[in-house]
Design a protein around this ligand. Structure first.
Ligand code: HEC
Ligand code: HEC
Ligand code: HEC
Ligand code: HEC
Ligand code: HEC
Ligand code: HEC
Ligand code: HEC
Ligand code: HEC
Ligand code: HEC
Length: 414
């Protein structure tokens, strides 16, 4: 009995809340009635950007939103569209969003190219051919509860994009009729980019799927475009690579710039892994031992190896003298400069030129040598200080001894 009563109260509460909602939001009788239908639309509508912009249900579904009765609301002649097909969705959403005049009046800064780009995407091209399992507007944005793209709860907010795309592309069963791999999401999540976006929350810096594939024109980037895509963020690497002897060679052999060495989705932090001259390493994938490419690889590995090793000795020395109270700030500055230099050298490697690297390495070595000098000078200073201490201790001892002797020779008190 109490249970029934509670239920009745809850229903009444919901009805009241619904009434309040329906009053505030566009949707007329459609919304009023659908808030009582268990389809979840009413709840989502509350957070929908279109609802907030005063757009009603009939903008997408047609129908007569003044009618209390469902059959009347959806009677023929009202343009009612219940279930929208994938193509209808694209033309419905795309219709307003590509209407320059309409958008200019409502949100002038919002791009109006989504539809046009969509038709150039692999998704759009397949949809035209009748394939409805591809992504269309609603797959990525939702139908109700559509949010602004920079709202952290939007499915296309940077850190949600990988899961949105991965929802299909990582689902082997869903994709089984298509002749493409389903490893992109899993690989991306483990990559340096995926970790930066999803673990460090670097939503501004790190690329999500759409930064490389585009928002609406999603297609595998053509080989020629890859340098530009990676180069939007790694611009100096791209510039150096394009000026290197590898660029024309890659073009001639149709090798994918950047990606042939780094991979596309599982891009890792490279520093310690590429092991230049070893079989199976980055360079040895394409160069036999003794070839010019392999020789340069060997030079890079040995040079980077010895530069990295030198840091260990320097830091040990500076650490030791610092603990004993010597000021080594100047030495630490040289170390910092050398470390910066090594970072630049990793980028400069993309010129694939020995003279370019030699110049940088001599600058790094000069800073390392200067740091060592500071360390040794401090060590010497420490020795001098110790010697000075020893001498003054000795003098003090002699003085004490002298005083003691003097005391003995004095006549006793009485
Ligand atoms: C008096 C209640 C009521 C009104 C008014 C109403 N609907 Fe419905 N609507 C329903 C119910 C109940 C369903 C569940 C499906 C069914 O059995 O018809 C439904 C289904 C739908 C569907 C799912 C597809 C379909 O056709 O089954 C859409 C879309 C829809 N309504 C949109 C609208 C729109 C737009 C309006 C206003 C123009 C509207 N509804 C007015 C009750 C209503
Ligand atoms: C911006 C366009 C748009 C507006 C506005 C809109 N809908 Fe929809 N609605 C759609 C699309 C697209 C689908 C199909 C979704 C799909 O296929 O997954 C849909 C599906 C539905 C369904 C079927 C069940 C479901 O959730 O898929 C119902 C019911 C519905 N809409 C009711 C409404 C009501 C009621 C309103 C107003 C409160 C409304 N819609 C406003 C685009 C819209
Ligand atoms: C494959 C997923 C996907 C599909 C399909 C898709 N979008 Fe988008 N959409 C996105 C992403 C990702 C963004 C950008 C988010 C950002 O800028 O951070 C976006 C942004 C937008 C924006 C904000 C303005 C802009 O262009 O950046 C609008 C409006 C929009 N989409 C509408 C649409 C319409 C209309 C369709 C269907 C014709 C559609 N989208 C299809 C993923 C998609
Ligand atoms: C009746 C015209 C109309 C239709 C149909 C329509 N939209 Fe919109 N949409 C708008 C307007 C106007 C805005 C801007 C609202 C605002 O911010 O004031 C908007 C905003 C958006 C935004 C937020 C963009 C931003 O500011 O970040 C997205 C995403 C979006 N719509 C996607 C869709 C999708 C997906 C569909 C289809 C399910 C759709 N729209 C259908 C008119 C429409
Ligand atoms: C609703 C499921 C779905 C969603 C969501 C989706 N896709 Fe797709 N995508 C597909 C299907 C299906 C294909 C067609 C596969 C083929 O090309 O044979 C495809 C094709 C592609 C292709 C072309 C692949 C090729 O080599 O032919 C790219 C690139 C792509 N999608 C990227 C994306 C990105 C990026 C996102 C997110 C912004 C995304 N997709 C979201 C289903 C989806
Ligand atoms: C750093 C850039 C980058 C990011 C981030 C990225 N991709 Fe890719 N993607 C590429 C490149 C480059 C290719 C391959 C082009 C080639 O080989 O010609 C590719 C290819 C694809 C393909 C075609 C099939 C294949 O595997 O070759 C799909 C589908 C795809 N990516 C989906 C995704 C999805 C989903 C995400 C997010 C989880 C994503 N990509 C993130 C650069 C990227
Ligand atoms: C939207 C910007 C953006 C795009 C596009 C992008 N990256 Fe990155 N990349 C980053 C950021 C940010 C990091 C640093 C991640 C971290 O560790 O915090 C990074 C890290 C890397 C690293 C590791 C660097 C290291 O220190 O070891 C490599 C290698 C790399 N990216 C290669 C690529 C390649 C190849 C492409 C194109 C297929 C690409 N990136 C596209 C932003 C981008
Ligand atoms: C994806 C294949 C591939 C990878 C990986 C690769 N190279 Fe090459 N490289 C080539 C091709 C192709 C040429 C053109 C000459 C040839 O056919 O050997 C070339 C040429 C060179 C040249 C110019 C030599 C000449 O004959 O003009 C140098 C130097 C070089 N590579 C260095 C490297 C280094 C260092 C690495 C590792 C960091 C590397 N390459 C990795 C494919 C590759
Ligand atoms: C021939 C192979 C090869 C090609 C082509 C290549 N890289 Fe690299 N890249 C490497 C190797 C090897 C390293 C690691 C050097 C080290 O840390 O010791 C590296 C390091 C990097 C780093 C980390 C160091 C830094 O600069 O911050 C980034 C980022 C990077 N590459 C981006 C790119 C981009 C973008 C492209 C395309 C324009 C590209 N690479 C082309 C082999 C290559």
């Amino acid at each position: 009995m109490t249970k029934l009563l509670t239920m009745a109260l809850v229903t009444l509460g919901m009805a009241l809340a619904s009434g309040a909602l329906a009053d505030d939001l566009p949707g007329g009788k459609c919304l009023e009635c659908h808030l009582t239908v268990d389809d979840g639309v009413g709840e989502l509508w509350e957070d929908d950007i279109h609802a907030r912009a005063g757009i009603g249900c009939d903008a997408c579904h047609g129908g007569d939103s003044m009618q209390d009765h469902s059959d009347l609301a959806k009677r023929s002649g009202t343009g009612y569209q219940g279930e929208l097909s994938a193509r209808e969705i694209v033309s419905s959403c795309g219709g307003c969003h590509s209407d320059v005049e309409y958008m200019k009046e409502r949100k002038p800064l919002l791009p109006v190219d989504q539809l046009e780009k969509y038709w150039t995407s692999e998704h759009g091209k397949l949809l035209v051919k009748g394939e409805t399992r591809v992504a269309q507007c609603v797959s990525c944005h939702g139908a109700h509860g559509v949010r602004e793209v920079n709202d952290a709860k939007s499915p296309v907010y940077a850190s949600n994009v990988p899961a949105t795309c991965g929802g299909c592309h990582g689902d082997a069963e869903y994709m089984s009729d298509f002749d493409i791999k389903t490893d992109q999401y899993d690989e991306y999540v483990q990559s340096v980019h995926g970790k930066a976006l999803l673990e460090k929350n670097d939503v501004r810096g790190a690329p999500a799927c759409n930064d490389c594939h585009g928002n609406h024109g999603a297609a595998p980037p053509s080989i020629d475009a890859i340098t530009n895509i990676c180069g939007t963020c790694h611009s100096y690497n791209a510039e150096l690579f394009l000026g290197s002897p590898l660029a024309p060679a890659f073009k001639e052999k149709s090798l994918a710039d950047c990606v042939a060495c780094h991979g596309k989705h599982l891009i890792r932090h490279v520093a310690e892994e590429w092991e230049g001259e070893k079989p199976g390493s980055t360079c040895r994938k394409c160069h036999e031992e003794g070839e010019e490419g392999s020789d340069l690889a060997l030079y890079f590995t040995e040079t980077f190896g010895s530069v990295r090793l030198a840091f260990d000795d320097i830091e040990q020395l500076l650490g030791e003298v610092e603990v004993k109270g010597m000021d080594v700030t100047e030495g630490e500055d040289y170390v910092e400069a050398a470390r910066q230099g090594l970072m630049q050298a990793r980028t400069l490697m993309h010129a694939f030129s020995k003279p370019v690297m030699e110049e940088k390495v001599s600058e790094i070595s000069a800073n390392q040598a200067a740091a060592l000098e500071v360390g040794y000078a401090a060590l010497q200073g420490l020795k001098d200080r110790r010697r000075g201490l020893a001498i003054s201790t000795l003098l003090l001892l002699l003085l004490t001894l002298g005083v003691a002797i003097k005391i003995r020779t004095l006549p006793p008190f009485d």
